[in-house]
Write a protein that binds this ligand. Structure first.
Ligand code: KG4
Ligand code: ZN
Length: 335
């Protein structure tokens, strides 16, 4: 079964053709990061207009690079939430129009569920239960992916952020340090050569349950910089990154032990961070547990993960009615 998937929830216009939920025949991502960089963040109206210009050419590129003609497709999928409402509308409306005109079923997909499924595209043998650390610009969640009684996959929320998302903390601190947008890669670059142990920034909610808090850390960076204006930026960036990685990995590790997970997996844009990737691998090696670290392009927003999820959803729920609206606050279906 071949599914054409479209993802436009934020500032990436993406399309992919995915076979049987496990194999990406193509994955095209057109990033708008340069368009938004001068504003220091995503401007929703600018994003919607760019999606409108890019969606058809990106879909054409995904079909031709997969060598797939529309009459070889079995369904058309799109992200219907969570995300920016104008951006979501462009991708979902385009997918519904393609589906209707080609006489194919439409499948509406939850963006966060897409991030959870990204790992299956690169490791179809991934064993369950797996603890997934999902860290993006809008979310920070620890989820146990487990087999459902129906034979499908279900998600149990173990913990989440009580304030800022991890990616949001990277973006806000980068902006404060004048490092530009997007903040994660900018902090990672700035941290090169810096000392991770130079400044003891706080580890929010360390040792307490599986929830996260990053707003105190951000405030602490601001206070420290005001009191020590001459401190090397590399040390601030490296120490900040270390504080984020420390809490993320400590909690994921403890959660994996608690649910006897076979593997720990990471997903979402922040999972592209090298320090985080290396630390997860290291603790999993120490614990004798598998670590699944998807490639960077599979961690950040893409449509292949939406096509993979659509295949699962189509099998369990069937097609999504064409009058289903997009939902900027769509929640992950949890058990
Ligand atoms: O999943 P994603 O591409 O979009 C959302 O669904 O939010 O995640 C974007 C977030 C941004 O906050 C960005 O700064 C962060 O992921 N990010 C990183 C890195 N690359 C992207 N954070 C830390 N290190 C990175 N290398
Ligand atoms: Zn995302």
């Amino acid at each position: 079964m071949k599914i054409l998937a479209i993802e436009t929830s934020c500032d990436e216009t993406a399309a992919a053709v995915v076979e049987d939920g496990r194999r990406a025949l193509s994955s095209v991502v057109s990033s708008q990061a340069n368009l938004h960089a001068s504003f220091g963040g995503v401007v929703p109206e600018v994003a919607s207009r760019a999606h409108l210009q890019l969606v058809a050419p990106v879909v054409d590129a995904a079909l031709s690079s997969a060598g797939t003609a529309p009459d070889e497709l079995d369904a058309v999928a799109a992200t219907i939430g969570p995300g920016l409402v104008g951006s979501l509308l462009v991708g979902a409306s385009a997918a519904k129009a393609y589906a209707w005109s080609w006489g194919l079923p439409f499948v509406g997909v939850n963006h966060m569920e897409g991030h959870l499924h990204a790992a299956f595209l690169e490791d179809p043998t991934l064993a369950l239960p797996t603890v997934v650390l999902l860290v993006s610009g809008g979310h920070t969640m620890l989820i146990c992916m487990q087999e459902a009684a129906s034979g499908g996959v279900e998600y149990r929320l173990l913990g989440q952020t009580l304030d800022d998302a991890a990616g949001e903390a990277f973006d806000k601190v980068a902006r404060f340090l004048g490092l530009g947008y997007p903040g994660g890669p900018a902090i990672e670059r700035a941290a090169t050569g810096g000392r991770p142990d130079a400044i003891a920034f706080p580890r929010g909610l360390a040792g307490q349950g599986f929830d996260f808090s990053f707003s105190g850390l951000k405030t602490s960076v601001v206070r420290y910089m005001r009191a020590n204006p001459l401190v090397p930026i590399a040390d601030v960036a490296a120490s900040f990154q270390e504080a984020v990685v420390d809490v993320l990995v400590a909690k994921a590790r403890r959660a994996a032990g608690e649910v006897s997970a076979k593997a720990v997996c990471i997903g979402g844009g922040v999972a592209a961070n090298t320090a985080l990737r290396e630390r997860v691998e290291k603790v999993c090696r120490q614990d004798g547990r598998a670590a699944f670290i998807p490639s960077r392009s599979m961690c950040t927003d893409n449509a292949a993960m939406i096509g993979a999820t659509a295949w699962f959803r189509l099998r369990t729920d069937g097609p999504t009615p064409l009058d289903t609206p997009v939902d900027p606050n769509l929640r992950l279906p949890l058990v």
